[in-house]
Design a protein around this ligand. Structure first.
Ligand code: SF4
Length: 299
């Protein structure tokens, strides 16, 4: 396969995948919404869930995006160093965003800062955002794509706490942020909590937490306990779907942690809204692909 052929195939797969993501929620999010709808006792909250499911049906039926804010496209790439299209991948990501913007269509959301110019195609000035991880001795590539909306995961918060505050201090930090802007982020929410050594590592961990499945648990029992306590605490706040009250407010709380400096305890939080459009695509060395989050996706 020539380089031009590889780039064309890859771009086409990625453009179609972004198009699909804008119209179909991943299975873990649909299941979480269904569980919350079935548990909900408040009539008006149930009506909101009914509307969300009707929205999902219509998006698929009419081939239209689930929400008017199709976000900024963010990619997390875990690419084998021996993946045959590794050289073409960066250009393919950008071209795929341009094509999906036209075809899905995605709303043009990329505004060049200080110039105040919308580029019109969702690319430019560091957009799409791409986080790379190169994995030695592997031929495959895993691409996580996220359409990050302006009201949910973009306005996150991060802070470096004193370690003497203890890990329990994560709880009021997150609850305060949920009270501050959670109702505006189109609940029920997926809460991503990051713990690390500095604001940027904690912030990145909170974003990675949003990319984990809604029903997953941290493997460390103490961190998993904080996930549980936060879920209970946020549900008790009574925010409910769309912030208008209800017995549940979260689809899940995911905490991702990395090591910290002895003098710092950095914590960050990012929110995913009910319309959490992210997916994982796995490509092998021959550019065959599958998406565990969207089994219905095929070229
Ligand atoms: S928070 Fe989510 S559902 Fe609400 S407008 Fe933004 S992208 Fe759409």
């Amino acid at each position: 396969m020539t380089e031009i052929e590889k780039k064309s195939i890859l771009t086409n797969i990625l453009a179609q995948y972004l198009n699909h993501l804008s119209k179909h929620l991943p299975e873990d999010i649909s299941s979480a919404l269904l569980r919350l709808k079935e548990q909900e006792s408040d009539d008006s909250a149930r009506a909101f869930y009914e509307t969300m499911f009707r929205n999902m049906e219509l998006a698929a039926e009419l081939d239209r995006p689930l929400c008017q804010d199709t976000g900024i496209v963010q990619f997390k790439i875990k690419c084998g160093a021996l993946f045959p299209a590794i050289n073409e991948l960066a250009d393919s990501l950008t071209d795929a965003v341009r094509i999906a913007t036209e075809e899905a269509p995605l709303r043009p959301n990329c505004v060049l800062s200080f110039e105040e110019k919308n580029t019109g195609d969702n690319t430019g000035g560091g957009v799409p955002t791409v986080w790379w991880e190169i994995v030695p001795n592997r031929y495959d590539c895993e691409i996580t794509a996220y359409l990050a909306g302006g009201g949910s995961s973009m306005p996150g918060r991060a802070e470096v706490l004193m370690p003497s505050a203890g890990y329990d201090a994560i709880i009021p930090f997150v609850l305060d942020r949920v009270a501050e802007y959670g109702p505006n982020a189109c609940p029920p929410l997926l809460i991503g909590v990051g713990v690390g050594n500095s604001v940027e590592t904690a912030a990145m961990n909170s974003k990675n937490a949003l990319l984990r499945d809604a029903d997953s648990k941290n493997s460390n029992p103490k961190a998993a306990r904080i996930e549980e306590l936060l879920e209970e605490g946020i549900n008790k706040m009574g925010i409910g779907p769309q912030g208008l009250g209800g017995s549940s407010s979260v689809m899940g709380v995911n905490l991702v942690n990395t090591a910290r400096h002895p003098a710092t305890l950095a914590v960050a939080v990012s929110f995913g809204c009910w319309c959490h459009r992210r997916g994982r695509l796995h490509l092998d060395r021959n550019l065959n692909f599958e998406s565990p989050t969207h089994p219905g996706f095929s070229k």
